[in-house]
Design a protein around this ligand. Structure first.
Ligand code: PMP
Ligand code: GLN
Length: 381
């Protein structure tokens, strides 16, 4: 050995949150919500923890949650899902992603990825033995580069990893873009791992369209959801996968050796939560959209130009006018330590040659935090 125990880096989220704590900064960096946790969902989990049982639940998840996930897919997307053979519960979407990649990729398989990309994708694809084929969305409108995407597919393509809505750039894919992707998957006999953790955070009346609902895609897609995002409880780490039995089976075999299972009380709380009335989901969107508008308006006035944000709880801003020549990571460090406001640079969401003029702000925060951050920035500039 060469003494190097791991080539993994430290995630930018931990780095910026730590810096925020050290400097007493208002943390608009790491994506976690404040002040939105539904008390009834928490109470349902608390009751279930108390009631037990306190030993391993089934590896695929408790029946109540698998049924609730199936009912959720039917209610919001019209998908018929068999809770027995087509749903698996995971310890967060992070584990779902790892299980999909470790379960499906054979060494040498090509994996199509779209930059900017969520930070766990590339390390996990590589460690699974996949060969990344990167395609890039360009600011400020993040349109799908159809020709480049088509060229990234080959006869070695095993799967596409698609994040919709997209962290960090907030892109929401249109039906036309999804159908273009679907045709490529068909033509190359490939699969799609669909990270849709922000499925209930799509704004301005736009629909969220899961790729799995497009023609022919039922047998090619694995759809990943996260209770952390749907109920603003990122601590819980409960995720779920919906996929055809063949795909789910492959992923379930990887899951056995990753976590095997997920705490029963939290699963029960999420099962209860997924059944909440439509008003809950509509309220979440309305609330987050108001927070988006609050932050976007304020940043715009300060010369940190917000890019379009139809989904997620992240706003990407063009920092060029305010950065004094600093690159995004230096600028975010500077804001955190000097202005007392933490944001996340966008360059770590690229494998190489990133743009350097973008910073990501999380708006899933209280009005007091958002206004406080805007006031601090105004004082600083
Ligand atoms: N995918 C994306 C795009 C995310 O932004 C996140 C985390 N915020 C995750 C996956 C991980 O979700 P979880 O906390 O459920 O593991
Ligand atoms: N997904 C969250 C973000 O994008 C962070 C999750 C984490 O810290 N690993 O900020």
């Amino acid at each position: 050995g060469n003494g190097v125990l791991s080539e993994y880096g430290t995630t930018i989220f931990s780095i910026m949150s730590r810096l925020a704590v050290e400097h007493g900064a208002i943390n608009l960096g790491q994506g976690f919500p404040e002040g939105l946790e539904p008390p009834d969902v928490i109470a349902a989990a608390a009751r279930a923890v108390e009631a037990g049982p306190h030993q391993y639940p089934p590896s695929l998840g408790i029946p109540a949650l698998r049924q609730a996930v199936a009912a959720h897919e039917k209610r919001f997307y019209g998908l018929e899902v068999d809770p027995e053979g087509e749903v698996m519960v995971t310890s967060g979407a992070t584990e779902a992603l790892a299980a999909c990649l470790l379960g499906l990729i054979e060494p040498g398989d090509e994996v199509v990825l779209i930059e900017p990309l969520y930070d766990s994708y590339l390390p996990m694809v590589r460690r699974a033995g996949g060969i990344p084929r990167l395609v890039r969305l360009e600011a400020p409108d993040w349109a799908l580069p159809r020709q480049a995407l088509a060229e990234a597919f080959s006869d070695k393509t095993k799967l596409l990893l698609l994040n919709n809505p997209t962290n960090p750039c907030a892109k929401v894919y249109s039906a036309e873009e999804l159908d273009f992707i679907a045709a490529l998957l068909e033509a190359h006999d490939a699969y799609a791992v669909c990270d849709e953790v922000y499925e209930h955070l799509v704004f301005d009346g736009l629909p969220h369209i899961p790729l799995i609902t497009r023609p022919g895609m039922r047998r090619r897609c694995l759809k990943i959801g996260s209770a952390g995002k749907i109920f603003s409880i990122t601590n819980w780490k409960v995720g779920f996968i919906t996929a055809a039995p063949l795909l789910l089976g492959a992923v379930a075999r990887a899951h056995q050796f990753l976590t095997f299972t997920t705490p029963i009380g939290l699963q029960a709380g999420v099962a209860y939560g997924l059944g909440k009335e439509d008003g809950y989901y509509q309220g979440l969107v309305a609330d987050m959209q108001a927070r988006r508008d609050r932050l976007a308006g304020g940043l715009d006035q300060l010369g940190l130009t917000p890019l379009v944000c139809p989904g997620t709880y992240f706003l990407t801003a063009d920092i060029s006018a305010r950065a004094n020549g600093m690159e995004d990571d230096d600028f975010c460090r500077h804001l955190t330590t000097q202005a007392g406001v933490a944001a996340v640079p966008v360059s770590p969401f690229y494998a190489a040659r990133p743009p350097r003029h973008l910073a990501r702000f999380c708006f899933a925060k209280t009005d007091a935090a958002l206004d406080g951050a805007l006031n601090r920035l105004a004082d600083h500039f």
